[in-house]
Design a protein around this ligand. Structure first.
Ligand SMILES: Cc1cc2nc3c(=O)[nH]c(=O)nc-3n(C[C@H](O)[C@H](O)[C@H](O)COP(=O)(O)OP(=O)(O)OC[C@H]3O[C@@H](n4cnc5c(N)ncnc54)[C@H](O)[C@@H]3O)c2cc1C
Ligand code: SF4
Length: 295
């Protein structure tokens, strides 16, 4: 079965361990670039690099996206890695990345991580597979209300790319080609804050990451107290899928402090034996981005 090859930073790292065998189909190079949509908003081709997401002038109205794209991985990876490849990359679980183990993601019958070494695994337990979803860009696209277009399937909200199925990291079939991501028109004056907690200072996936987007009032006076604005929050590194935190957003809309709003996320947590530290880390990371964006 053929697998698409974009920047190759994930595919080619899986090849030596037998988690990707080829043959490969290169993603069409013409799917690269950012363009303005006639009715407002932008369309970003799947082959646009992560570095280009961070720097393209047409994406300045989308600070949640540019901030996360500019912070993930390393400058070298961002120069090569693409939007499509980032959204569809495979998970980083130690067992999945070790050819001597079999698990639910490789056709096996159980999850050795759940009973074994799972220090970096989920704290929101949505699935028999406890590998957190690895895409940082997906977290940003959740708060930007992005839509993805897939050849032959049409458009769908970015959240629908992911489910908690323990046998896969996204819902697309190997033959499905992700064409582009579309963002609705940004709001003048919107702000964003992104923060990642990592186990080492660089070249690492986050233990927990959070992004908050503030759309200033009067964009939505029905759900936001005057003078604050509508806040959207999403997190990664904590569950089988990237998560939009609607309970935190509601708490802010109801006038809660960032600390109290962030504390509501702990109700989702069901830590594994080694991921209890992520409960406080998640709460405090969410609090940090809320305080930054509202401050
Ligand atoms: C040290 C290090 C740190 C990293 N830290 C982070 C981090 O913090 N956050 C983060 O998000 N990532 C991180 N990464 C991962 C990196 O961002 C991804 O490997 C990269 O984004 C994948 O993009 P690519 O274009 O190279 O994908 P590829 O390796 O080419 O493809 C990845 C997958 O997507 C599929 N695919 C690609 N494009 C399409 C398409 N258009 N349609 C259908 N299928 C497609 C491929 O078939 C493959 O299965 C890190 C990587 C390294 C090495
Ligand atoms: S967490 Fe997921 S990828 Fe890791 S061993 Fe378990 S089933 Fe496999």
């Amino acid at each position: 079965m053929t697998e698409y090859l974009a920047g190759g930073t994930d595919v080619l790292s899986r090849r030596p361990i037998g988690r990707s065998t080829g043959p490969y189909t290169a993603v069409r190079p013409d799917l690269r670039g950012v363009s303005a949509l006639p009715g407002g908003g932008v369309r970003i081709g799947a082959m646009t690099t992560v570095a280009e997401l961070a720097a393209d002038p047409l994406l300045r109205p989308y600070p949640a996206l540019t901030a996360t794209a500019g912070a993930l991985a390393t400058p070298q990876i961002r120069t090569v890695a693409t939007l499509g490849g980032n959204l569809l990359q495979r998970n980083r679980c130690w067992y999945y990345r070790n050819p001597h183990f079999s698990c639910l993601q490789t056709g096996g019958s159980g999850c050795p991580a759940r009973a074994g070494a799972h220090l970096y695994s989920s704290v929101v337990d949505l699935s028999p597979c406890v590998a957190p979803h690895p895409s940082t860009v997906a977290v940003a696209l959740l708060v930007q209300d992005a839509v993805v277009e897939v050849a032959g399937r049409g458009r769908m909200p970015v959240a629908d790319l992911y489910d908690a199925d323990p046998t896969r990291d996204h819902v697309l079939a190997p033959s499905d080609l992700l064409l582009a991501v579309e963002l609705p028109a940004g709001t003048h004056g919107e702000r964003a804050a992104y923060h990642r907690a990592t186990a080492r200072s660089r070249a690492e996936w986050p233990l927990v990451e959070a992004v908050a987007r503030l759309v200033p009032t009067p964009a939505d006076p029905a759900t936001a107290p005057a003078g604050v604005g509508r806040v959207a929050v999403a997190v990664g590194g904590v569950a089988r899928t990237p998560l939009r935190l609607t309970e935190v957003e509601r708490a802010i809309a109801d006038g809660a402090s960032p600390a109290d709003a962030a504390a509501t996320v702990t109700r989702r947590c069901a830590p594994l034996a080694q991921t209890g530290y992520k409960v406080g880390l998640l709460r405090d990371t969410v609090r940090h981005v809320l305080e930054t964006v509202l401050g």
